[in-house]
Design a protein around this ligand. Sequence first.
Ligand code: ADP
Ligand code: MG
Length: 643
Amino acid sequence: MNRKSFSMAVAALALLGAAPLYLDNPYYIHMIGTIMIYAILLFGLDIVVGYTGQVSLGHAGLFGVGSYTAGVMFFKLGAPLWLIILASIGLTAGFGALLALPALRVTGPYLAMVTLAFGTIIQILINEMDFLTEGPLGIKVPKPDLFGEKLTEHGFYWLVFGLMALSLVVVDRILKSQLGRAFEALRGSPVASDCMGVSVYRYKVYAFVISAGFAGLAGCLYAYSEQYISPNTYNFELTVLFLLAVIMGGRKTRTGALLGAAIIVILPKLLDDLEMFRQVSSALAVLVLIGAVIGVVKKTTTPRAMAIPVVGTIALAAFSFWLQSITDWRLSIFGLMILFVVYYLQDGIVGFFRKLFFRRTALGGDYHGVDLGKDAITVASNAAHSAAGSDLLVAKGVLMQFGGLKALNNVDLRIQRGTIHGLIGPNGSGKSTMMNVLTGIYVPTAGEIVFAGQTVVGRTSSDIALSGIARTFQNVQLFGEMTALQNVQVGLHHTFESNLIDVALHTPRYKREDQAGVERGLGLLHFVGLGDLANEEARNLPYGKQRLLEIARALALDPQLLLLDEPAAGLTAPDIKELIAIIRKIRDHGITVILIEHHMDVVMSICDNVSVLDFGQKIAEGKPAEVQADEKVIEAYLGAPAA
Ligand code: ADP
Ligand code: MG
């Protein structure tokens, strides 16, 4: 965040915090309080939905767990406020871990169904366990005591405000740290996350647990705010409303969460009052129109793209004046607005305005005092100690069967330390399959693989990656919505020892690790010639640069062995030259390379040894020149016996 938006955020928060001083009406104070409580939940929900890209329809259930933890602890035990808050967060986080379990197995619509069932079960449990929860009767919860005195309405407002501001800061710090990058990487490419040593399994659970913790805090505050809780509140409608709030406000932004919370609290009330509905829809139409005009003038958008939002909001405003009574139309208007946002404002309202006013989403781009002269490749440190020439990787009798197809058939491979080993063969001969087997994406049907004295077979991809095998992918697997630098920083995840507390408090340890990460990340980008594109989103890079970025990201893992799957595919001739130089430099740093490549000139010029696959079998091996002259190889490539 730059200084200007930071001061704007502080000013907005100050205005919000001071609300009881200029707003006399207790009705509005309670309403803003509710918005802030929902916002706390939405900050957390956004971690799961916006960052990891999972769907959760279980968050109303988690909200309920938080409320009932507070209600029961007050009603049965008369526990003090601070204990109740901590218990609500902790217990709900535990339920979050439960909710994460299905997310490890299913995604998309199936996950939506399972999480929905989770929420329903919680609601039923609250209803049925009346020995604890008083069942459908509900529990009365008076405003809490703080420092021995009962909080007034205003006092409670400030408590909620304080906790909301604290949540805002903590969530923001989490999402900008290595944890947030790990969450976002899951969305971008789960396979690549695992191969960068970021365990998809672990970080999905983390995301749900942290998200649930915030839902628990929100639920707890909600119980005190309403002063009465009953099972009906935590229903299907509420959970859908939460999800819509994230989508409408805009995912991956805290402003969006606050805005989304405001919408779901205010909109139902707005649709009860025709006069207010007319004013607000007119104001909205004017805002969108102004936004569109500015956008078109600044050339951040086209008149065509703006036509539908502008016409839509003007139509809504016109419709509001034509209406005689709003009650019959409530649900239809609500539904239409939702459809409109989902179709035309896919980045939500905040995303929409951001795109109009800033050509690019705001990125923290001030890297003061970063020393780019430093050599980014510290890789060799562990590799260089071992004698060059010895075997780094030995595969014996590897068989990989897909149904009846033997994609790899009894393949042996020896890779010597410090060499570039070419792996070639016609399309479909099993080269990529070999890489997937070496990196744990596939478990071979038979055979053994030993890397640096450790067996590989049966270990997880992230574990193998952390032990020193890095890779790139034939079909580029970048984290598209993340910047080039952030992509590399995901590769540097293993250099972080700081935990959630370090991240939340910005301890010296975290600051040190983060700074070091930025420096090395930029250094690695320079190494592959992408230094000027650090803040560009990976999906916006040209194809050739994406391939180079994958190499930089792989190097961030400090690998002993680097697997490159057709790195020159789609590159122009000058780019290929540069690539060859880069691969040579990587080898000179002591990193062993396995190179799959179709460009024979590349293979012949830089490989020390070459193995040739055909129909899953190794048909030749040796020095490049020997292999090139081998009859079987010529036959495999040309499809006919050599003359
Ligand atoms: P290459 O990289 O040498 O072009 P691949 O290793 O991608 O070849 O594929 C080797 C063979 O294995 C191909 O026939 C391919 O269709 C098959 N194959 C690869 N992965 C799978 C899979 N997950 N399921 C079924 N068949 C696969
Ligand atoms: Mg391939």
